[in-house]
Design a protein around this ligand. Structure first.
Ligand code: ADP
Length: 484
């Protein structure tokens, strides 16, 4: 099959979260199975400097944007066999310090930046010599691609590829006022209606993707059910319920080429389930690096996360206030909401021997934390899939997760299956419920036989991309069937 993926983030070129990891791993996995894969993504600042092999294609995107014409070059990179990355090279839109905004403010021209991106994807799908069978778009930034292709197909009697939308997080919808967004799309007026791109009087990019795609997926089975309910539906639940027949939940896989404990440039001490003791060497190094007392008998908790409401970073603070009286350590690596950043820094100042708060984004440190700590905290309000809990499992680090979305689908609690347990789950979104889960972890830490058994279960749980890829191929085939 020929598959064109469209994403605003792609590891290792650009990343703010799990989207980048997922699309990169899906692309690699599809390519390794012999499919021809292209990925379209914006050419952000710094990529050219880091990847000198980029080549400019003899191809230009020329599209109307409201009353003007915008153009961009396309740079390509043959990333590996069967996998080509197409970078949309429009410095005016993408040569910026960040992907979506700075200092907690989104760039005011994000509507233009991502309408243009979506138009560039549709342009490639229509005019480039390599013709995809499937265009698989990810999240709101590419959400307009299916409707743009539909419009082109109507105008030019074009047999457009089938389209698939993956929702990585329903909370981000790309919703803008009609005046700001609709003229940029250059779509005919009839598309602006409640059955089309319109939502509550504005244009909603994610909703447009939901309405116009041939198939919709989200990144875990439980989240697929949750988003059809009012509680988790972020106002789009009625629309999603109407599309439930083409909505599938597929748990993300983990890219074990990147996230492993045996061939990992970020770790000084490699280990396997059989040599778990060496994990403690990583712990000691991490404690040293963070300026915490070096002592492997102190249970060490941690998290690596965007500091946003979704991730429950507020209840972590509250639960730590209660629990830090115990003998334990905690490390945070994260960035985001300035108020939450300050709160974590203040916690570190008050508990300098127990807490380390690293504000920022640091891939290498995230690996060292996963390998060094004993328990990973992920008490999300909602969690479409979540990757960190699966990374933790592979690193023999016990995840403490709230029973929601992909967290529930990927972690096994002692109460669910004694023999296969690899994590600690709690249900209620509250500080006391998380504090109670941390208490359970402290007891587990003092019960070495069970703790080791769970760590081995964790390290041998398999979330490889093989199964995930097979599920996506089934969705592609169904989508092709719909349009054939
Ligand atoms: P989300 O996509 O909602 O942010 P996920 O758990 O699916 O959550 O993916 C988060 C990804 O981003 C993981 O790979 C995680 O390690 C990474 N990440 C988040 N914050 C940081 C940070 N401050 N430093 C390094 N990596 C981070």
């Amino acid at each position: 099959m020929k598959i064109l993926l469209a994403t605003a983030e792609l590891h290792p070129f650009s990343k703010t979260g799990g989207l980048a990891d997922m699309v990169s791993a899906l692309a690699k996995s599809l390519a390794s199975e012999g499919h021809e894969v292209g990925v379209v993504t914006p050419l952000y600042r710094g990529i050219v400097d880091r990847f000198s092999e980029l080549r400019r294609l003899d191809y230009e995107v020329v599209v109307p944007m409201n009353g003007t014409i915008e153009t961009s070059a396309i740079q390509t990179l043959e990333y590996r066999k069967n996998l080509t990355v197409y970078f949309v090279d429009h410095p005016g839109y993408y040569d910026r310090a960040a992907l979506y905004g700075e200092e907690n403010m989104e760039y005011p021209d994000n509507p233009s930046r991502f309408v243009f991106f979506s138009k560039a994807v549709a342009h490639l799908a229509r005019y480039f010599s390599w013709r995809p069978d499937i265009v698989h778009v990810h999240d709101w930034q590419a959400g307009l691609v299916p409707v743009l292709m539909k419009n082109q197909a109507l105008l030019e009697a074009w047999n457009a590829p089938s389209s698939v939308l993956t929702i990585h997080n329903l909370a981000y919808q790309g919703h803008y006022s009609r005046a700001r967004m609709f003229p940029l799309t250059n779509l005919p007026e009839e598309f602006f209606n409640p059955l089309g791109v319109e939502f509550n009087g504005g244009v909603n990019c994610l909703k447009s993707g939901i309405v116009y795609s041939d198939a919709i997926t989200t990144v875990s089975p439980r989240y697929a059910r949750e988003i059809c309910t009012e509680e988790y539906g972020c106002s789009l639940d009625p629309i999603l319920r109407g599309r439930q027949n083409i909505l599938t939940g597929i748990l993300n896989g983990v890219d074990y080429e990147e996230w492993n404990t045996t061939k990992n440039i970020h770790l000084h001490h490699h280990y396997t389930p059989k040599s778990l003791k060496k994990k403690a060497l990583n712990k000691r190094e991490l404690q040293h690096e963070l300026g915490l007392p070096v002592d492997e008998t102190i249970p060490m908790f941690g998290t690596v996360t965007r500091l946003v409401d979704q991730k429950g970073v507020d209840i972590i603070l509250g639960a730590l206030e209660e629990m830090l009286a115990c003998n334990m350590q905690f490390v945070l690596l994260g960035s985001g909401d300035p108020e939450i950043q300050r709160a974590y820094l203040s916690l570190e100042r008050r508990f300098p021997k127990k807490v380390c708060s690293r504000i920022g984004y640091d891939l290498a440190l995230s690996h060292r934390i996963e390998a060094g700590i004993d328990f990973f905290l992920m008490p999300s309000r909602f969690e479409p899939c979540g990757l960190n809990q699966m990374y933790s499992l592979r690193y023999g680090t016990i995840p403490i997760v709230r029973r929601t979305g992909g967290l529930d689908d990927s972690v096994v609690d002692l109460t669910e299956n004694l023999g296969r347990a690899d994590g600690i789950k709690f249900s209620e979104f509250s500080m006391p419920a998380l504090a109670k889960a941390i208490k359970k972890a402290l007891v587990l830490f003092e019960t070495p036989d069970l703790f080791d058994k769970m760590r081995v279960n964790a390290m041998t749980a398999d979330f490889s991309w093989k199964r995930t890829t097979a599920d996506y191929l089934a969705v592609y085939r169904a989508a092709l069937g719909k349009t054939e």
